[in-house]
Design a protein around this ligand. Structure first.
Ligand code: PRP
Ligand code: URA
Length: 208
């Protein structure tokens, strides 16, 4: 299922990110903030359960200590996904973090895998983050890599998606919910999203 997180605060921040004049520092800050805001939406269906411990409030009342009913693993796709993961884990202080290294070959546009390290957690909910969902090749490979390591409950959080990438993920991994701040128009002949925001990794890390 595709979820477009339609929030005016997010849309205004994303609009600034799209501006080619926005520098790396502001780009990173805005991505961080949007990632935190989107995390609230991605996990709004989770349940809260008692841990079995009690806490006492300053007014002297004893209440249950609470926790989320799922353990969560956050998995940024390197490099650009790193620009989202801090904002996500700010909202999820108990989440564990994995990393998947993929880059898109500039000629073939096919993803090339170079790293995968995931924490061992029982029945977690895995959230993959990557700002850009273009052809969908990187996201599909990342999902396959995570499934091969035994995790099946997976969500995909991206900032901007192209219809081509959404279609590919939906066809290849029907069970994975996709969360976007914007579904853009299309890809150009070089596989860049239009209107998009350019090369997210380069803008985050200043490698233009
Ligand atoms: C970008 C982006 C995604 C991928 C999307 O990464 O962050 O991972 O491209 O394209 P796709 O949907 O067509 O696979 P890139 O390969 O540029 O690597 P980087 O994050 O290291 O810059
Ligand atoms: N990767 C990016 O960083 N931007 C795009 O528009 C497409 C792929």
């Amino acid at each position: 299922m595709l979820h477009i997180v339609e929030n005016p605060l997010i849309q205004v921040k994303l609009n600034i990110m799209r501006d080619e004049r926005t520098n790396s520092k502001d780009f990173r800050t805005l991505l961080d903030e949007i990632s935190s805001l989107m995390t609230l939406e991605v996990f709004k269906d989770l349940k809260v359960v008692p841990t079995g411990e009690k806490i006492i409030t300053p007014t002297g009342v004893e209440i249950d200590k609470l926790k989320l009913n799922h353990s969560i693993i956050v998995v940024p796709i390197l490099r650009a996904g790193i620009g989202m993961s801090n904002g996500v884990i700010d909202m999820l202080p108990t989440a564990r973090i994995g990393h998947i290294g993929l880059y898109r070959d500039e000629k073939t546009l096919k993803p090339v895998e170079y790293f995968c390290k995931l924490p061992h957690v029982k029945d977690p909910l895995v959230l993959i983050c990557d700002p850009m969902l273009a052809t969908g090749g990187s996201a599909c490979d990342a999902i396959t890599m995570i499934k091969k390591r035994g995790y099946q409950n997976i969500r995909l959080l991206c900032l901007v998606g192209a219809p081509e990438g959404v279609k590919k993920v939906q066809e290849t991994h029907k069970d994975v919910d996709i969360y976007l701040a914007s579904l853009d128009e299309r890809l150009n002949e070089n596989g860049y999203i239009l209107p998009g925001l350019g090369d997210a990794g380069d803008r985050i890390f200043g490698t233009l």
